[in-house]
Design a protein around this ligand. Structure first.
Ligand code: FAD
Length: 571
């Protein structure tokens, strides 16, 4: 006899993971998955790569089939079955077969909602013209692939430069299309801070992608020789044969709302830490739910596959009497764009400011593995942490190699409430082809911990930008006087790189004393003004700062040196 009857709405990331976990915990339960589409458990995340031809076999996108659910898990999957109503009173759902229109009623002991999210279609004129697509399901993908085959488009416009927009842009390039990427915000990938995405924007432009940043969509109209014209708020008309809308998703809460379940302030289904909705017999997981932001503690929407799968497990645990809890979402994510990889976890600087959370930040640009071993590539890292106790608040890593390893360590560290002092002590695997004896993770810890212990003060390039303006007086030493900041005496910028490096690119007006000459030329430096020292990436700047500090100078190291300067300056 069945122990309980569990019905699951939606059979992809959250729903499928919940179903499989339920079976592992309860061999006696009756478990049903209702899925509106023709397939369950397909790989949404692989869809852009199927369109680009990287994944050539469509079958590979089917992670688990209805047959596997039946044979391995004794779970009944009903595809093409849309759940259209929940009767909470009698604990039943109404299901309609989308092919035949036939309706059935199914009783439940526990109901799990994992209906996902729907791509946003902005309400602008012409949005329903032919050739404008969104990408969410396998059916969307088949439709797009067939349409592209028939119409052979040459110019594509992708609207929205988030994860999916970027992946689409790259895969359209792969198919040989000319691509324009339109983004309302002033930079691509808004989950990272503006300066961190500069290398990727440069790479996209170098590959011929036309980036229209800070440019909002106004509408569409027929485009003459080309199928469509994309109209922008600045009044441009960009011609396109095909358009992809990738401007975000909206949680699918229709069923929940109609059933009177509580909806949260961000518009997602409200759940507690056990993934239980406002009805004790109904759970909800995945893109449709609102979660707690792990750093700010505020409700948020984080539509990612990892959280959906984990929440599915947690709902299953609780349905089976194990009171496991969801810790909240950090938004840990990674995306590849051309040969660049961008990743983040926790809050970015913009978010911390918005939430009024005090933070300190550091930049570093280490090699992804030992510099002496062939193939070392630079990483660009930004780590945000609490100035009070060093607890990690967020991190961003951009590079060509070694990005995933670092963000994954930082993500777990952040979730475990680790501090920069913990990163100093992290014992990580090392051989020269994989990392360094002092891994970039340790380096981030050293820098952050030095700062909090007062062994080194850090300044940031944008503080100079803020403080700068037309310089009134010529410098009184060979450096430049920066405009007086709020703190009083204006700082002197000191470049400690080699003459060759300085010839390649100098910061206007900076004083130059190579690190090797610093101890013998201290007399050239003022003692009544702060000295902001910099090198290429921050390390020699730190050595110089230690020398100067121990000789009684007021000194700060410009975080990330010239590498950060270039990123900040371009922004
Ligand atoms: P979904 O996986 O969307 O599943 C919901 C299912 O419910 C759908 O199949 C839908 O048909 C069905 N459904 C809805 N309503 C009903 C109903 N009333 N009756 C029956 N069935 C219903 N995340 C990452 O972490 N990394 C990535 O690289 C990544 N890449 C992505 C690329 C693309 C193109 C897309 C679209 C998403 C990507 N995501 C990625 C996001 C990730 O796929 C989602 O976060 C995840 O699938 C959410 O799982 P879910 O179960 O909440 O919803």
């Amino acid at each position: 006899m069945a122990s309980k009857r569990v019905l699951i709405v939606g059979g992809v990331a959250g729903g499928a993971s919940c179903a499989a976990r339920l079976r592992r915990l309860d061999e006696q339960a009756e478990i049903f998955i209702f899925e509106r589409g023709p397939e369950v458990s397909f790989a949404n995340c692989g869809l852009p790569y199927y369109l680009g031809g990287v994944i050539s076999d469509r079958q590979k996108l089917l992670v688990a089939t209805a047959e596997r659910f039946r044979d391995w898990y004794r779970i009944e999957v009903r595809t093409r079955s849309e759940v259209c109503r929940i009767d909470r009173q009698s604990r039943q759902i109404e299901v309609v077969n989308v092919q035949t229109g036939q309706k059935t009623v199914e009783p439940y002991d526990a109901l799990v909602l994992s209906p996902g999210a729907a791509p946003i279609r902005p309400e602008v004129p012409g949005v329903d013209l032919e050739g404008i697509f969104t990408l969410r399901t396998l059916e969307d993908t088949d439709r797009i692939a067939q349409w592209m085959e028939e119409h052979k488009p040459r110019r594509a416009v992708v609207i929205g430069a988030g994860y999916i927009g970027l992946e689409l842009a790259e895969n359209l390039l792969r198919r040989g299309l000319e691509v324009t990427l339109l983004e309302k915000l002033p930079h691509v990938l808004p989950t990272l801070d503006a300066e961190m995405v500069i290398p990727v924007e440069d790479a996209l432009r170098q590959q011929g992608v036309e980036l229209r940043l800070g440019c909002a969509l106004a509408g569409f109209e027929p485009g003459g020789n080309h199928r469509l014209a994309v109209l922008t708020e600045p009044g441009e008309r960009i011609l396109a044969d095909v358009v992809f809308l990738a401007v975000g998703v909206r949680p699918d809460v229709r069923l929940a709302q109609e059933a009177g379940l509580a909806i949260g302030p961000c518009g997602g289904i409200q759940v507690d830490e056990h993934m239980r909705t406002s009805d004790p017999y109904i759970w909800a997981v995945g893109d449709a739910v609102e979660v707690r932001d792990y750093v700010s503690g505020q409700p948020t929407l984080i539509p990612l596959a990892g959280p959906a799968a984990r929440q599915g497990r947690i709902a299953a645990d609780n349905i089976c009497g194990r009171p496991s809890t969801y810790r909240g979402s950090q938004g840990t994510a990674i995306v590849q764009v051309l040969d660049w990889v961008l990743a983040c976890t926790g809050a970015n600087e913009r978010k911390l400011r918005q939430c009024g959370i005090r933070y300190e930040k550091i930049y570093l640009h280490p090699m992804h593995h030992a510099g002496y071993y062939p193939g070392a590539k630079p990483l660009h890292m930004k780590v945000l942490f609490s100035p009070e106790d060093g607890r990690l608040l967020g991190a961003q890593v951009v590079g060509r190699e070694g990005v995933a390893e670092r963000i994954n360590v930082l993500a777990l560290a952040l979730q475990k409430q680790a501090t920069v002092f913990d990163l100093e002590e992290a014992e990580l695997a090392y051989a020269p082809q994989f990392g360094s004896a002092k891994d970039p993770i340790n380096m981030a810890g050293f820098i952050g911990a030095n700062l909090l212990r007062g062994d080194m003060y850090v300044a940031h390039w944008e503080q100079i930008e803020l403080a700068a303006g037309p310089v009134a007086e010529p410098p009184d030493c060979s450096g430049v006087l920066l405009r007086e900041g709020a703190e009083g005496a204006s700082p002197v910028l000191l470049d400690v790189r080699t003459p060759g490096e300085r010839t390649a690119q100098a910061v206007p007006g900076s004083l130059h004393i190579p690190l090797g000459e610093l101890r013998t030329r201290l007399a050239e430096l003022p003692r009544d003004r702060p000295i902001w020292v910099f090198c290429a990436g921050g390390q020699r700047g730190y050595y110089a700062a230690r020398i100067l500090q121990q000789h009684g100078f007021q000194v700060a190291n410009l975080s990330g040196g010239m590498n950060t300067y270039r990123m900040v300056q371009k922004r």
